[in-house]
Design a protein around this ligand. Structure first.
Ligand SMILES: Cc1cc2nc3c(=O)[nH]c(=O)nc-3n(C[C@H](O)[C@H](O)[C@H](O)COP(=O)(O)OP(=O)(O)OC[C@H]3O[C@@H](n4cnc5c(N)ncnc54)[C@H](O)[C@@H]3O)c2cc1C
Length: 439
């Protein structure tokens, strides 16, 4: 009997197990998750008072792959709230804007702004591979002024390091690459040039992709639906355990050892950090754990509606601690207070920013009415977060992934940890193609 073991029960592991169960190839599929619930960064909690909050990703969006959308969304498309267009606001240099996630260069002081526009319009395309780090990329692509005034401080806030320490493109983990400049009709015209189009944003950005969110409760309901499907498809789900060792010979992983048993296998799907497997299979495999920007979540309930109708607000302003704010009250129809979650990034062992500071920031951004009262507050620090995309981290990750790929022909790596994509749809699409290729 052929057996597939899937390590990690986040969405990449869940999707892998579902896809494997639909092919005839494996008679038995076992999913192993170290926590007591599946879902990883797609989870929700409900408080005693009945307030629900998510802990990572919030919305489900169509991937554009029919079979995948049918598999993942068929149970939610009709029952959940359709959110289209998706409204995103920004806060930068003391100003809130409601027209999409891009930074508006017109918010910096005038002489600098015009200097920046001239530099940007005079910049030249750079040959791929010629740029070594993000600082150089930003100067070459946007000019020194916008690199300093728009990106440098935002990057310091979000990564807690300088752009020269990061790989090119690292900022796109948090900040869109396009910026708003000039009058709307002029920038629309400039976007006729493919080179400028890659840097200049439309002023009104309307995300027309179809996204879904439950009418009440949180995104964790999706995981419950999928978990049900896993069990109906006969997949064995092991919770609260993890792989401690692997048994391997002749270019194959033959078995995994958990704390209670040894499971023989024909195929291993690995959706957790490659470094864990690398350390197990490589004799001298020392692995430095990647630096992570950790996330503290502030879950709030207020007694009055917010002053905005967006689903998200991205706060790029370096004088604020808050980064992304999710307004559940604008995404579903629950009527027990006005809920939001504020994400704060930090690097130390512990984040000592207090809830009062964040409530004050919401008021300063004017998303909260002055007379709003806080009804409920809960904070949590996530056990994971955003990778600090330094050159060293990416080199080490690539080395681990290629070592495993070169030495084992029955291990498939999927998920956000292997560096092939961080965001939900990238993870779903990459996982779909990789597992399908197994046949
Ligand atoms: C704060 C935050 C907000 C985000 N917001 C968005 C967003 O708005 N939009 C978006 O598209 N993406 C967002 N993302 C990214 C998105 O959450 C990921 O793309 C997606 O969750 C990745 O799924 P995954 O299965 O690869 O990883 P994970 O969700 O991390 O799942 C990995 C699973 O493996 C388990 N595991 C780990 N080690 C072991 C082990 N040794 N043995 C067994 N199990 C193990 C973990 O417990 C976890 O359940 C966000 C990420 C973060 C951190």
């Amino acid at each position: 009997m052929s057996v597939a073991v899937v390590a990690g029960g986040g969405i990449a592991g869940i999707l892998s197990a579902l896809l494997l169960s639909e092919s005839e190839r494996f008679k038995k599929i076992i999913l192993i998750e170290k926590n007591d619930v599946l879902g990883g960064l797609l989870n929700s909690s409900v408080t005693e008072e009945g307030y629900s909050f998510d802990c990572g990703t919030h919305l489900l969006g169509e991937t554009g792959i029919l079979e995948l959308d049918e598999l993942l969304l068929k149970d939610v498309m009709n029952d959940w709230k359709l959110i289209s267009p998706l409204k995103v606001s920004t806060y930068f240099n003391g100003t809130i804007q409601h027209e999409g996630p891009c930074i508006d260069a017109r918010l910096i002081d005038e002489p600098l702004y015009y200097k920046g526009v001239v530099e940007l319009l005079n910049s030249k395309p750079v040959e791929e591979g010629r740029i070594d780090n993000l600082a150089d990329q930003l100067v070459m692509e946007y000019g020194q002024t916008f690199a300093d005034e728009l990106f440098a401080r935002t990057i310091k806030k979000l990564f807690n390091t300088t752009a020269d320490q990061l790989i090119p493109g690292a900022h796109e983990l948090f900040v869109p690459r396009r910026i708003k400049i000039l009058a709307e009709h002029i920038s629309a015209e400039l976007k006729g040039s493919p080179y400028l189009d890659s840097k200049i944003a439309f002023h009104q950005i309307v995300d027309q992709r179809r996204s879904y969110y439950p009418h009440s409760g949180g995104i964790g309901q999706w995981i419950s639906i999928l978990e049900d499907r896993l069990r109906r498809n006969g997949i064995e789900v092991i919770l609260n355990d993890h792989i401690r060792q692997v048994v391997h010979e002749n270019g194959k992983v033959r078995a995994v050892r958990t704390s209670t048993e040894e499971i023989a296998l024909d195929q291993l799907v690995w959706s957790i950090p490659p470094g864990i497997l690398y350390k197990m299979v490589k004799q001298d495999g020392t692995v430095k754990m990647p630096k992570i920007r950790k996330v503290k979540l502030f879950h709030f309930v207020f007694d009055a509606p917010f002053n905005c109708d967006c689903a998200y607000l991205n706060n790029y302003d370096q004088t604020f601690s808050s980064f992304r704010i999710t307004f559940y009250a604008n995404m579903n129809s629950e009527h027990n207070g006005y809920r939001c979650t504020v994400e704060v990034l930090f690097s130390d062992d512990h984040c000592d920013i207090r809830a009062e500071t964040i409530v004050d920031e919401l008021k300063r951004m004017q998303v909260l009415k002055d007379l709003s009262n806080l009804l409920y507050c809960k904070t949590e620090e996530l056990p994971t977060g955003f990778p600090l995309l330094t050159k060293q981290y990416v080199n080490e990750l690539n080395e681990q992934v290629s070592y495993i790929n070169q030495n084992f022909n029955n291990v498939l790596m999927v998920g956000k940890s292997n560096g092939s994509g961080f965001f939900l749809n990238d993870v779903l699409i990459n996982t779909y193609h990789s597992v399908k290729e197994l046949g």
